[in-house]
Write a protein that binds this ligand. Structure first.
Ligand code: C2E
Ligand code: MG
Ligand code: MG
Ligand code: MG
Length: 288
């Protein structure tokens, strides 16, 4: 009977695999179509605030891509980034996201200090990656490049043919900043810190959620904060949902926070309502 149950389970699993393969093929076709058409409509970039821990004021935003299917269904990146990575479509997709995010950043000059954009390992490995970033920056001559942060995950380091360190140095030569995304979840976080010229550590939400009630988590956070400070890096705590966790991050003097407590990712037109009124457009009588 045990053997039969095992056999059945195997059967179910391979059905699931078949579905997964079908979904992957469908995802690739959708992505190709989206990139070929009106990219801004099919692949909008949403923005989530990053706030100063001390004040709760917006200091930056992370750009997060979304996808509308032709039927009008909204998909999160988990539904198409893996297929984009596998097929290499993440290269044109990533360029689209960066260009769109930077365009918004320029429109929000005086309202939003910086924008943070995810870069996939596949993108980073492209020989054209650094020239691509340079050409997007060159589209906005007045832009301070340090207002652009590129988020890299630890997997970019592993099994990559290119020297990631050299590539990141070349990116930093453009004046943009580099963040280590999902910090603490990989196998070699300390290797990261030792070998990568980054400016920002984004502490993964698994260390942040439930922090106030877990002394081990708060010890880890204190240690990472100390380490980051020693290495001249700043820290963003990801996934802050709970006011008690925010208080604990304030007590630990973590510089900045991101999470549903401060705002979910929103379309640009809604996100900008969270920003302070632009200085230049402020009515005279109020500017006083
Ligand atoms: P990430 O870069 O670590 O982005 C943070 C993710 O956590 C976002 O999910 C965000 O919506 C979610 N999040 C933020 N605050 C909270 C919170 O308080 N609680 C919880 N439970 N979640 C929170 P999203 O937008 O679904 O993106 C998922 C991942 O997809 C991103 O993780 C990133 O790795 C990838 N991604 C998103 N946009 C892009 C892109 O343009 N290019 C590439 N290569 N990857 C992207
Ligand atoms: Mg990120
Ligand atoms: Mg992250
Ligand atoms: Mg994360």
């Amino acid at each position: 009977a045990a053997k039969r149950a095992g056999g059945n389970r195997l059967q179910v699993f391979s059905d699931e695999m078949r579905v997964a393969v079908k979904e992957r093929i469908a995802a690739e076709a959708r992505l190709r179509a989206a990139l070929a058409g009106d990219r801004e409509a099919a692949l909008p970039v949403w923005f989530q605030p990053i706030v100063s821990t001390a004040t709760g004021r917006i200091v930056g935003a992370e750009a997060l891509v979304r996808m509308f299917t032709p039927e009008g269904t909204l998909l999160g990146p988990g539904h198409f980034i893996p297929a984009a990575e596998e097929t290499g479509l993440v290269v044109p997709l990533g360029e689209h996201v960066l260009r769109l995010a930077v365009r918004h950043l320029v429109a929000w000059t005086n309202q939003l200090p910086y924008i943070s954009v995810n870069v996939s390992p596949r993108q980073l490995a492209e020989p054209d990656f650094v020239p691509m970033v340079a050409s997007v920056l060159a589209e906005h001559p007045g832009l301070d490049p340090s207002r652009v942060v590129l988020e890299i995950t630890e997997t970019a380091l592993l099994g990559s043919a290119v020297d990631v360190r050299d590539r990141l140095e070349a990116i930093k030569d453009l004046g943009v900043r580099v963040a280590l995304d999902d910090f603490g979840t990989g196998y070699s976080s300390l290797t990261w810190l030792q070998s990568v010229p980054a400016d920002v550590v984004k502490l993964d939400r698994s260390f942040v959620a439930g922090l106030a009630a877990d002394p081990r988590k708060s010890s880890i956070i204190s240690a990472v904060l100390w380490l980051a400070r020693s290495l001249n890096m700043t820290v963003v705590a990801e996934g802050v949902e709970d006011p008690d966790d925010w208080k604990a991050l304030q007590a630990a003097e973590c510089p900045s926070c991101q999470g549903y407590l401060f705002g979910r990712p929103l379309p640009a037109s809604e996100f900008e309502l969270m920003l302070p009124f632009p200085e230049a457009a402020r009515p005279r009588q109020l500017a006083g």
